[in-house]
Design a protein around this ligand. Structure first.
Ligand SMILES: NC(=O)c1ccc[n+]([C@@H]2O[C@H](COP(=O)([O-])OP(=O)(O)OC[C@H]3O[C@@H](n4cnc5c(N)ncnc54)[C@H](O)[C@@H]3O)[C@@H](O)[C@H]2O)c1
Length: 485
């Protein structure tokens, strides 16, 4: 085990890797800050990182050595929060970069957590479900031993390659291994609904991506500058990655926003149809045939990455980092780049696309829906009260009182249907999903507005403005609490 606060210089670190890209973006925003350089340095630094290896018995009896990581970027607020990634790209540089993004993201949407990220360096397709469960449980056990998990300490969530299944295994392992009975449910978020999860968490990142794009498309001056109309409706969209984030973003953009999905890219290749692709039909086709290719009416694109260059209004990279770099940035035809994935643009690509006048909605803002709803889930776990449960009866009784107060309404003709109608009309007794979605919608709209004001005041691009927002808020936090000892 290596526990260190130093910047990575060995073992998996790329010379100009992901962390260097994130720090370059941070530095561009820090140049607009009046904060003491020492405080800026502390905001940028990764507070704690752990790397460990453990053996796992495969189904055939052989042994694999698995490498895991967890980085806690910023302890200015606790717990720290961030996903667990299962991918072969996972290394110390990647988890530190992703943990930094989490700190900035939480600050931008006013979620009171520090940033963290963890991962296991595996290709999930090479392991059975039983093996994945053993890996997840052992990884969690290592986090417990090293004090890197707990409702008040550090709270993982799903990321690339993990989902609610892995979160349930993590929570159960934590529950079995610790005495933290009261708060055990809050040790991870993104759990299944029956295991302390909240309705709406699975789709939350994709839904947040939709709300963020909708905010961006609602500003006439920005749309006019791109020669586009106001609103999401009718805009053509290309999406890379049809996992949790990409699929739900596509579905909601299509069904609620009226956008036209013209291109979809997955690992096996991409498809294009300028007349529009129905996302559910494509997913069913993939389920049946094992691939999105050969979808009826669509053109196959054998080289999946070429889909990034398709003509469209909005390009949504929703897979992994660094997919748009200085080599392909000049060929991108989309007018809006909506960063659903973390770090899909290198700093060079970011500069090139900004110079070309494109509107980039940055990851640190756009994919914050997941952590926002994770916050709701965590609050629910700590309070042991389901959202909407306390308020529903109270609100129903209020509605009943209002109805009974209407003079002409006697007790005999009191009609429960009328009560239901009133409840629905004035929004009483909202379901948990309604409460979660409306909380997420407000959060995304409010944060967009804060970033927009900074962007206009300083005359800077949206990413730099979003980082400025994060730096201001985290800087305020460090300044107010002072430095120990
Ligand atoms: N899950 C969340 O709540 C969440 C929250 C914030 C940010 N993110 C970020 O969103 C991105 C995607 O995460 P996810 O949870 O949807 O992961 P996921 O594992 O559910 O899905 C990722 C999808 O991308 C596909 N993919 C991988 N490489 C590809 C390529 N080169 N071209 C096309 N498709 C490719 C995979 O096959 C998979 O279907 C990551 O950058 C992650 O950090 C996720």
């Amino acid at each position: 085990m290596v526990t260190s606060t130093a910047t990575p210089t060995s073992n998996g670190t790329k010379p100009h890797g992901f962390l260097a890209q994130v720090n370059r973006m941070f530095d561009a925003a820090a140049a607009h800050s009046d904060l003491d350089p020492g405080i800026l340095g502390q905001i940028r630094a990764c507070d704690n990182i752990v790397r460990f290896e453990f053996p796992i018995k495969r189904d055939d009896g052989s042994i694999d050595v698995i490498r895991g990581y967890r980085a806690e970027h910023s302890h200015h607020k606790k717990p720290t929060k961030g996903g667990i990634r299962y991918a072969t790209s996972v290394n110390v540089d990647e988890v530190m970069a992703l943990a930094s993004l989490m700190s900035y993201k939480c600050a931008i949407v006013d979620v009171p957590f520090g940033g963290a990220k963890g991962g296991v360096c595996i290709d999930t397709r090479e392991y059975s479900v039983d093996e994945l469960e053993r890996i997840t449980r052992r990884y969690t056990f290592e986090l417990i031993r090293k004090n890197f998990i707990g409702a008040g300490l550090d709270v993982p969530a799903p990321d690339y390659g993990t989902g609610e299944r892995e979160m349930a295994w993590m929570m159960d392992t934590y529950n079995q291994m610790t005495d933290d009975d009261l708060n055990a449910l809050g040790c991870v978020t993104g759990k299944p609904v029956g295991q302390g999860g909240v309705r709406g968490r699975t789709e939350a990142t994709g839904r947040g991506v939709y709300y963020g794009i909708r905010e961006a498309c609602s500003y006439k001056s920005d749309m006019e500058a791109l020669d586009l109309g106001v609103g999401v409706e009718g805009k053509s969209v290309v999406i890379q990655g049809l996992g949790n984030v990409g699929y739900h973003a596509a579905r909601i953009l299509q069904n609620e926003g009226g956008a036209k999905i013209v291109g979809l890219a997955e690992i096996e290749g991409a498809i294009y149809d300028p007349d529009g692709l129905d996302i559910e039909e494509v997913m069913n086709h993939r389920k049946t045939t094992g691939s999105i290719l050969d979808f009826p009416g669509a053109k196959n694109i054998e080289e999946s990455a070429d889909a990034l260059l398709l003509p469209c209004d909005i390009l949504i990279p929703a897979a992994l980092e660094g997919v748009i770099d200085r080599d392909n940035a000049g060929d991108i035809k989309a007018k809006i780049i909506a960063e659903a994935a973390n770090g899909p643009l290198t700093a060079d690509a970011d500069e090139i696309l900004n110079e070309r006048g494109m509107l980039i909605i940055p990851d640190v803002y756009l994919n914050a829906g997941g952590v926002t709803v994770s916050y709701f889930e965590w609050l629910r776990n700590l309070s042991h009260v389901r959202h909407g449960r306390m308020s529903r009866r109270f609100e129903e009784r209020n509605a009943e009182r209002i109805l009974r107060a209407v003079d002409e309404l006697t007790a005999e003709d009191f009609d429960s249907k009328l009560l239901e109608g009133l409840i629905e009309r004035i929004g009483f007794g909202a379901s948990e999903q309604d409460l979660v979605n409306s909380g997420l919608e407000d959060t995304m709209a409010f944060a967009y507005d804060e970033v927009r004001v900074i962007r206009e005041e300083k005359g800077i691009d949206m990413r730099t403005a979003a980082y400025c927002s994060a730096i201001n808020k985290i800087g305020k936090s460090y300044t107010a609490m002072g430095f120990f000892p």
